[in-house]
Design a protein around this ligand. Structure first.
Ligand SMILES: [Fe+2]
Ligand SMILES: [Fe+2]
Length: 482
């Protein structure tokens, strides 16, 4: 985007980094496998022999040595159980899940959903843990449970997850993935619809409705997660991605108002298809960096009317959806285009889509503009409240997004760089973030931090988030971390 670096050098550097990352991840996984193998062997030895037996001593020492080697990669070792399988962190261990199948069953039977071993582990602690773990499930229960026994023995460097912990988490991850799939499906559909209209001016309304329905369900399930999707941008194929983003933002905003499902469907169809009239404008004009000629500007200004014409000709498109396409640039004060006469205001759905349309356009990088950060874009919405935008819609929009919506790249008070991950449960100013860079700008293993915990450090009135950052200027894609 900046063109400062020749592209081949950059992609060469990227490939090198990719290769390094690959080997690093592979090395780490190999170590993790070895740790698990020796853990299992040590546990077995402890189940047969007393701790001072030579076989035990050898296997405990082998485990400790391997664990200490592993610590070059990570500060702790975390083994998780999902279903009948072992995961090392987020990665499935297919071979080990078969090899240590009985161990998985035993751990589950002893109410363990995962084991984390921290860097400070001492050999004594490890041995104590193994002998406790080898007690029968019933005996453990009679003695108050494994966790209590571990506490009594001061086994502090090993922690156990409750059963099912990672099943729920992996469900969450899968949910996120399928929501992303739906996003890209929606992009495919709008692309297809535009092609179809280009060739025979017909449009499959049922396809459009299906996309709107799917997104509406997502919004109903988890509004903030869906809003994170609306931060996906595509420089080369702006209009399709923009249409889906405007759909998501409009449905999310509409669902904050007292609108029923059928109204939201009509709103969504209008939002998804609001720029359909652009299909007749050449890319060279849409992407022009210099000022437009009078004739080009006329073409641009015609897209709402053209879009409305196309939609009106399709059976099954609600007149209010058509109106959205027609009015989305007309502005709240009617000073936009096309000129809307005999009206005090544009329609409610048009006012919703207008705010979302301008917000997504402003936060996207285009040939003629740099992307604004979400907080900058929201300040523009506030500045033009009452003139370009319906003040109430802007207020609800900001309420919904928070100043730093999900997916925003930010600098924290600690100097670290993070991506907003989830809105705060009680207070939007204290969201959960994923920290991805240290204060010096070095990459760190992404970790989720609840900013509420920064309150103690910086005080109730202090700011946990200093500023929003431009992802492109740091070469970061926040989407990777959501
Ligand atoms: Fe438009
Ligand atoms: Fe638009």
């Amino acid at each position: 985007m900046n063109g400062e670096e020749p592209e081949d050098t950059q992609s060469g550097a990227n490939r090198k980094q990719e290769a390094l990352d690959y080997f690093r991840a592979k090395g780490q996984m190999e170590r993790a496998r070895e740790v698990l193998r020796l853990f299992s062997a040590a546990k077995k030895a402890a189940s047969i022999y007393p701790p001072n037996h030579e076989i035990c001593i050898n296997s405990f020492t082998a485990f400790m040595r391997s664990f200490n080697d592993y610590l070059a990669w990570r500060e702790d070792f975390s083994l998780r159980i999902v279903g009948e399988e072992f995961f090392y962190e987020e990665k499935l261990m297919p071979r080990e899940s078969i090899l240590y199948y009985p161990l998985i069953g035993e751990l589950k039977n002893k109410d363990i959903g995962g084991i984390t071993i921290a860097a400070g582990l001492t050999p004594g602690e490890f041995v104590d843990f193994l002998y406790l773990l080898n007690l029968g499930a019933e005996e453990l229960r009679d003695k108050g449970g494994l966790r209590r026994l571990m506490e009594e023995r001061d086994v502090g460097n090993i922690t156990l997850d409750e059963p099912g912990t990672w099943e729920e988490k992996s469900f969450e991850i899968k949910e996120r993935d399928s929501a992303r799939e739906e996003y890209f499906d929606a992009v495919d559909v709008i692309r297809e619809l535009a092609d179809q209209v280009m060739t025979d001016r017909r449009l499959s309304v049922s396809k459009a409705n299906r996309v709107v329905g799917v997104m509406l369900n997502r919004v109903g399930e988890n509004r903030s997660a869906v809003l994170g999707l609306a931060t996906i941008k595509n420089y080369d194929e702006y209009t399709s991605f923009h249409s889906v983003n405007v759909l998501i933002l409009s449905l999310a905003l509409g669902s904050m108002l007292p609108l029923d499902r059928s109204s939201l469907m009509i709103l969504g169809t209008g939002a998804l298809l609001h720029d359909l009239g652009k299909i007749t404008i050449p890319q060279s004009i849409l992407n022009k960096t210099g000022p437009l000629t009078t004739q080009e500007w006329q073409m641009m200004q015609d897209h709402p009317v053209k879009g409305a014409d196309i939609l009106m000709a399709q059976p099954g498109v609600h007149p209010l959806s058509v109106m959205v396409a027609y009015e989305h640039h007309a502005r709240y004060d009617l000073a936009g285009y096309p000129k809307v006469n005999r009206k005090e205001r544009i329609g409610l759905f048009s006012r919703i889509v207008e705010v979302c349309d301008v917000y997504d356009a402003m936060t996207s990088a285009r040939p003629y503009q740099k992307a604004r950060t979400p907080d900058q874009a929201m300040r523009v919405l506030v500045k033009d409240m009452g003139t370009a935008f319906d003040p109430l819609m802007v207020k609800v929009f900001i309420d919904m997004m928070g100043l730093f919506p999900v997916g925003t790249l930010v600098r924290l008070a600690t100097g670290e760089v993070a991506v907003i991950y989830e809105p705060g449960e009680s207070d939007a100013m204290w969201p959960r973030v994923k920290v991805i860079r240290d204060p010096e700008g070095g990459a760190v293993e992404p970790r989720i931090v609840d900013l509420v915990y920064l309150k103690d450090k910086i005080g109730e009135t202090g700011q946990a988030i200093l500023e929003a950052l431009h992802p492109a200027s740091l070469g970061i894609d926040p989407q990777e971390y959501l």
